[in-house]
Ligand binder design. Structure first.
Ligand code: TRH
Length: 384
């Protein structure tokens, strides 16, 4: 799209501080892309750790103060922040990161203050209903709006590209497209009639038990380099497994693969029959891949992740056999009976679990995307 709908502000500043891992910048980057591509907005993305962005977008120049990547103006956000001459009409602070002081001052003295939104983490917890879309009066005298990604009617939608379902269908329907994707990403194709599992998670003490369980079936596991690869290398026979290598363990074949560029990651989730994901961003992509998934939620010291996990399992209404294995995976202690219930279903022809997960994904994809809901929200604030 070249021209935005008349009502959508054109200039956006998104501020992102990388706390940990890839979810913060992964969400900010995806939001920026969708605002640009689908709403025609000019987006400036301010990020403090360019190395994190480079993992997702390999073309990133980590030494550049300013660069344009896929029509997004990417600015390095350093302590020596110099406020730009023009402010965004909309300012998004990701996950309650503090805006730079200089930018805040410029907002205070602007003739028309930008619409300021804190975009928070996706959650299905009931308290979100009491916070989403509400104003908060900042000590600067400016107004800030709270926006929570989530399912309707409680939350503000999930990031989802307008052409996502079409791309997914094209991928599934074309063996050539799948071969091209495998080749492009230097991935070994799975053997015929093998069940495919992607494994993206935090370190997990239950990994050894999972692989032992899977080794009795014709399964291919694709495990991207990162935290879980550390758990993998702690156990025989995987101690010396290098990125790009594969190893057989019983009937199971494990591929240790490179971390993929973000735009290639969907291919992995679409290719596999079961996806282990972590954090909110890969969870969202697993929902849209419409394959059964097990979510390893980002663990916090105060154990706040448990109510959040339960709220998701209830709201999304995942089949119970997935929910049980998900709880076990998060406890880092698997239960043989739960694994059996899940795999008896998944390995069957016309798996009921697979059909149910596909239907759930389609149902949620009928809700307006986050970018659609966010831009409508902004429009109402513009009129205030
Ligand atoms: O990386 P994460 O663990 O990020 C986390 C969570 O967002 C968490 O809630 C937050 O508080 C914490 O960071 C600070 O998981 P997440 O959110 O799934 O983000 C991973 C991103 O990495 C996502 O955009 C998908 C992407 N990815 C790739 O691009 N290529 C890959 O090969 C893989 C495995 C992931």
């Amino acid at each position: 799209m070249s021209n935005p709908p008349a009502s959508v502000p054109q200039h956006w500043d998104i501020f992102c501080q990388v706390i940990d891992n890839y979810g913060d910048i992964g969400t900010a980057w995806r939001l920026a892309l969708q605002l640009q591509k689908e709403m025609g907005c000019h987006v400036r993305l301010w990020v403090d750790v360019l190395d994190a962005l480079k993992m997702l977008v390999p073309a990133t120049d980590v030494s550049a103060q300013c660069q344009t990547l896929q029509q997004i103006e990417v600015k390095q956000w350093t302590a020596a922040f110099v406020c730009p001459e023009t402010l965004g009409e909309v300012v998004i602070e990701m996950f309650a990161c503090e805006l730079p002081q200089g930018y805040l001052q410029a907002m205070q003295s602007a003739a028309i203050a930008p619409i300021w939104v804190n975009l928070d983490y996706f959650s299905c917890e009931s308290w979100v209903a009491g916070c989403h879309g509400l104003p908060s009066f900042h000590r600067s005298g400016l107004n800030k709006w709270f926006y929570f990604p989530g399912f309707s009617p409680i939350g503000g939608g999930l990031l989802r590209e307008a052409d996502l379902q079409q791309k997914r269908t094209d991928f599934w329907q074309s063996p050539q497209a799948i071969s091209r994707w495998l080749e492009k990403n230097s991935l070994a194709p799975a053997r015929a009639n093998h069940f495919k599992v992607s494994l993206f998670a935090y370190e997990n003490a239950a990994l050894a038990d999972l692989l032992t369980y899977l080794s009795q079936y014709p399964v291919e596991v694709y495990l991207p380099e990162g935290k879980l690869a550390h758990s993998l290398r702690q156990q025989a026979p995987f101690v010396n497994l290098q990125v790009g290598q594969s190893l057989d363990f019983g009937l199971l074949r494990v591929h240790l693969i490179a971390f993929l560029p973000q735009q290639e990651f969907d291919g992995l989730l679409r290719y596999c029959d079961l996806n282990f994901v972590r954090g909110e961003e890969s969870l969202t992509r697993a929902i849209w891949a419409a394959k059964p998934f097990v979510w390893h939620i980002y663990p916090t010291e105060d154990q706040a992740h448990w109510p959040k996990l339960e709220a998701f399992l209830t709201e999304y209404d995942l089949p119970e056999n997935i929910a049980e294995v998900t709880r076990d995976w998060n406890r880092q202690q698997l239960n043989q009976a739960h694994l059996e219930q899940l795999f008896n279903d998944l390995l069957a022809t016309n798996s009921p679990c697979q059909s149910r997960v596909f239907a759930l994904s389609e149902q949620r994809a009928a809700e307006p995307s986050l970018v659609k809901q966010l831009t409508s929200f902004i429009q109402t604030k513009k009129e205030c």
